[in-house]
Write a protein that binds this ligand. Structure first.
Ligand code: FAD
Length: 492
């Protein structure tokens, strides 16, 4: 007698971007999917004001787009209909906001500014349109019994506890994950949570009125704008309504020094004078004092799964600081990689008897293969904060970037800029990280050689011209610093 086949059911906790995308992937495989979300349905107009999103827009890049495309439902195209491509950084340097453009890639590659709420809503709608997906709102997971596959969920309005059952529980419930809390009781889960001393506050630059009376962007919309101020920074991403969402990142200690309008305007006049003109003083004051000051948390966990019963994905498994614009992209990649492992281990949508341990093997392989990549991107995200607020203004950094771009054009198989590997490829993060280190020494040497050569040339050519001498001195300094760094690396 053959054992009757049992359809696999999955409970996804959290209908954020990662949970909604996971629902689509598993529904495509024929699983019965139930998504439980603590917030009310954000698509209903009456709920819009109730929902406080972490950021208004986000940067979507290759890894995220690849995972969206992988649904086979053209979700990448749907999301990109309102996405705005940004081909580089626009640095606002010094008091007067002198503009310097730095392309992200040598072939015109772009990251894309997308509306976080719209992206999330579109993904929930795409999931709900599949007949084997159900999404329930206003239900908060309180506890999960992973061996029994039961979930205790609280109705936020009535406070009633309802119970649900699923063969697999997937935690996509963000940095403060309840599923992860349950998982800790079943596996020896290494876990770490760290707040960086910096927080953020969202502001905006409204559209300006164009000559024809229509709204226009107040700055170049094809760039992610950065005001690097060494210990802190401000960034701005364009929106389809021609406004920019601005995020001020700085230590909480600095936020705490701003008590009133006078303090705020003094601070902005000192560091972001050009931005005040674009924002308008009244709007700046209103938004700065009204908007929350968000904290930035890093979460690391390992393993990510328990038998064939539970797995955590997205921020629940690896919340990172937002400076590489990879948090959601990486979460989407989690989904794509888990899906590919379900195929690799031949996990069927039905479970055939107790001897079918294909799902347990697939989840185990996920933890084994994904851990080093998640560790790498969390480190890179933190590193990129220093680069964005400080590194981008250093002559050594700029010279290295130039040399790196030239070498990438000349020998693309040998030298690939780190940003290109992280944002414009699906290469595993750990490989990108390792390759960057390997390339680093030779880049420093090449940078120093180019710097010394250029400086020497300038010295010879511009002996009588003070301005060029100044340039040459700057380049020489940069070249020597680069050479010194190279030597240090060699010694290490
Ligand atoms: P979340 O978005 O946190 O979603 C979790 C969902 O679970 C939520 O809907 C929540 O309500 C629900 N939930 C929580 N607890 C429960 C519970 N107990 N029961 C039921 N439901 C629950 N990433 C990028 O890729 N690019 C960027 O440019 C970028 N910019 C960022 C800027 C800022 C300022 C910040 C803070 C983050 C940024 N990120 C960016 C990171 C990105 O926001 C996250 O990585 C992404 O939102 C993670 O998605 P998620 O679905 O895993 O988690």
């Amino acid at each position: 007698m053959t054992t009757p086949e049992k359809s696999r059911s999955v409970a996804i906790v959290g209908a954020g971007p990662v949970g909604a995308l996971m629902a689509v992937y598993l529904a495509n495989r024929g699983w019965n999917v139930h998504v439980y979300e603590t917030r009310p349905d954000m698509r209903l107009p009456e709920n819009k004001a109730k929902i406080q999103n972490r950021s208004i827009n986000l940067a979507l890049s290759t890894r995220g787009l690849t995972a969206l495309k992988g649904t086979g439902l053209a979700l990448d195209e749907l999301i990109m209909k309102s996405g705005l491509p940004m081909r580089g950084r626009m640095l606002h340097i010094g008091d007067e906001g002198h503009l310097v453009s730095q392309d992200y890639g040598v072939h015109g590659e772009c990251i894309n500014s997308v509306d976080r709420a719209k992206l999330n809503e579109d993904l929930i709608t795409a999931a709900e349109e599949l007949n084997n997906v159900k999404v329930s709102f206003n239900l908060t997971l309180k506890r999960a019994d992973l061996d029994k596959g039961t979930l205790a969920l609280e109705n936020k309005e009535t406070k009633e506890i309802i119970s649900a059952h699923a063969d697999l529980i997937i935690g996509c419930d963000g940095a403060y994950s309840s599923v992860r809390n349950s998982l800790m009781r079943y596996v020896r889960l290494d876990f770490g949570q760290e707040y960086i001393p910096h927080g953020y506050c969202e502001l905006s630059i409204p559209a300006k009125v164009g000559a024809d009376g229509k709204p226009e962007f107040a700055m170049d919309p094809e760039h992610l704008h950065i005001w690097p101020r060494h210990k802190f920074m401000m960034i701005a991403l364009p929106n389809p309504d021609k406004s920019f969402t601005v995020t001020l990142f700085m230590p909480f200690a600095n936020f705490e020094m701003i008590h009133n309008e006078g303090d705020l305007l003094n601070f902005f006049e000192q560091y972001f004078a050009d931005a005040i003109k674009l924002m308008g003083k009244d709007l700046l004051i209103k938004e700065y004092f009204k908007n929350p000051k968000g904290s930035l948390v890093m979460v690391r966990a390992n393993p990510y799964h328990y038998k064939d019963r539970c797995i955590i994905l997205g921020d629940a498994a690896h919340s990172m600081v937002p400076f590489y614009g990879q948090g959601m992209n990486c979460g989407f990649e989690d989904v794509r990689i888990l899906d590919s492992l379900l195929s690799e281990f031949n996990v069927k949508s039905t479970k055939v008897g107790e001897s079918d341990n294909s799902l347990a093997l697939a989840l185990e392989a996920y933890t084994d293969r994904r851990a080093k990549d998640l560790k790498a991107i969390c480190e890179l995200a933190l590193y990129n904060y220093t680069e964005m607020r400080h590194g981008v203004t250093s002559p050594v950094y700029l010279m290295r970037k130039k040399v790196e771009s030239w070498l990438h054009l000349l020998v693309p198989s040998k030298v690939i800029p780190l940003y290109t590997m992280v944002s414009f490829s699906n290469r595993p993060y750990s490989e990108a990280y390792a390759r960057h280190h390997k390339q680093g020494f030779w880049l420093s040497v090449a940078g120093a050689a180019v710097g010394l050569g250029t400086a020497a040339g300038l010295l010879v050519a511009g002996w009588k011209q003070r301005r060029q001498l100044k340039d040459a001195a700057g380049l020489l300094k940069a070249a020597f610093l680069t050479a010194a760094q190279s030597a240090q690396k060699l010694v290490q």
